[in-house]
Design a protein around this ligand. Structure first.
Ligand code: IMP
Length: 456
């Protein structure tokens, strides 16, 4: 029996999709356990690029079960778009299973996400505006609509009706507030001039139309809807390996990340049990994925952020633009204080370091090994207090850089000595072995340290 969790070790976009794709060769099933289409991963197969937001990376293996677990929040329009896109490219999706208990992102969640961010103004979180937070909020409020509800139009209508009423009121209030603010700022505009325009019911929030639309999605998704927890048990109890694929990353964790600049789910390894329906003893290994440097999208503390030539180098060479929103990612040095925190929090057994090739051409590499607070206090561990983290100044260890192009390296011995020394420094500092290193976007642009594992 072997359950292997794969998690992001930084602020997301570490290249988990590619790692899952590679490790999936050793598994019989892959299950995503949290998040929604705020995620985005790109897999390159035989020179062909595949971009997914919801579908687990394992879909390209026709012989493996590919599951969307109960912990995921699912926008059916996006999912069906991905299914159709794959079918058009001749990929069979018969192996896709969707948990009947996963929650649905409804049109009002998307509207509320955007309205909430606009209201926060300068204090906004920089969400992906995909409705993630409002959907998880409804789940906790027990006003959520689940995948299984799509299969009974009567139940669906009742549940939408119950959920919709408070949303209409909240959106109305937000819109009135916005108009008031605009008016105060002297921006009349059409909305401001004619209040009845803003007061008119939003056609996207019509109960009848929404019920019809979602019942239609239910018909299309029905063949894929299943009890995915039971499917996981079947694999595990028959000594087969299941991969639990995390989205986002440790520092975006709702409980352990840089709150409130986080996502609304728990992307850490412990959450795989809840989000897929297995027990903690089903998990035998945890792989963390980190870039050789660091990036972050959206607002929030990022102690090692660079606003200079080196940061631009990382942005350009690393193509650091969001898969979901196209936003430029903020770039900086690897933060080993934060990475060591992620290693312990997830109790990682192995690390995959991606995009090492991006660092070539930088004279001196730096890795944050401690923080200094505004008051001069030294922090060797990740500070829990947000005020300290917001003003923390990193202290760095400097390591010699390398110039060689790494994209053709396929084994550890192909790497220049400085690149090897850099990896050794990272692994020693955080106390977990690096097993896989990425040197380019292609599936073959990796090197296994200590050989490709037989068992994960
Ligand atoms: P939300 O998950 O859309 O609510 O966004 C909350 C925060 O998480 C924002 O800072 C987003 O930029 C960030 N975020 C969400 N998903 C991802 C991801 O897949 N990669 C990187 N950042 C993400």
């Amino acid at each position: 029996m072997s359950g292997v969790v794969i998690v992001g070790a930084q602020w997301g976009d570490e290249g988990k999709g590619k790692v899952v794709d590679l490790l999936a060769e050793h598994a019989s099933a892959i299950v995503r356990f949290q998040g929604g289409n705020n995620a985005g991963h790109t897999i390159v197969r035989d020179g062909e690029e595949f971009k997914f937001h919801l579908i687990p990376s394992g879909i390209l293996y026709p012989d493996k079960l590919c599951m969307i677990g109960n912990g995921v929040v699912l926008d059916p329009r996006i999912l069906l778009g991905e299914i159709d896109g794959l079918k058009r490219r001749g990929i069979d999706v018969g192996n896709l299973r969707i948990s009947a208990n996963a929650h649905l992102i409804m049109p009002y969640h998307v509207l509320l996400d955007t309205a909430g961010e606009v209201k926060l103004g300068k204090l906004s979180i920089g969400t992906t505006r995909r409705g993630i937070g409002p959907c998880y909020a409804d789940k906790a409020l027990r006003l959520g609509i689940r995948v299984q509800d799509l299969l009974d139009e009567k139940i669906l209508r009742k549940k939408i009706m119950a959920a919709l009423e408070p949303k209409q009121q909240a959106l109305r209030e937000l819109s009135v507030q916005r108009r008031k603010l605009r008016k105060e700022a002297g921006e009349g505009g059409r909305e401001g001039a004619d209040p009845s325009v803003a007061e008119a019911p939003d056609p996207r929030l019509d109960l009848h139309a929404m019920t019809e639309e979602f019942a239609g999605y239910g018909h299309r998704l029905e063949p894929h809807i299943a009890d995915t927890a039971r499917l996981c048990w079947e694999e595990l109890d028959n000594d087969r390996t299941v991969l639990f694929e995390g989205a986002q990353a440790t520092l975006l964790d709702l409980d352990h990340g840089t709150y409130p600049f986080v996502t609304s789910s728990n992307p850490i390894a412990g959450a795989a049990t809840v989000g897929a329906g297995v027990g903690p003893t089903d998990i035998s290994a945890v792989w963390g994925v980190a870039k050789a440097y660091a990036t972050r999208v959206g607002a929030g503390p990022f102690p090692t952020e660079l606003d200079d030539e080196v940061g631009r180098h990382m942005l350009e060479r690393g193509h650091e633009y969001g898969t979901t929103t196209g936003r430029e990612r903020r770039c900086g040095w690897i933060d080993l204080v934060a990475l060591r925190y992620a290693v312990r929090l997830n109790r990682m057994s192995a690390l995959a370091i991606t995009k090492l090739d991006v660092l070539s051409g930088i004279d001196t590499l730096r890795a944050a090994v401690r923080y200094r607070s505004r008051e001069g206090a030294i922090f060797d561990t990740f500070p829990y207090h947000q005020s300290i983290l917001h003003s923390a100044v990193p202290e760095y260890e400097e390591l010699p850089g390398f110039d060689a192009d790494l994209t053709e390296c396929r084994s550890e011995t192909d790497l220049p000595a400085q690149a090897r020394a850099y990896l050794d420094f990272v692994a020693d500092f955080v106390g977990v072995p690096i097993r896989l290193v990425g040197v380019g976007p292609g599936r073959d642009q990796v090197l296994w340290i200590g050989g490709e594992p037989e068992v994960l």
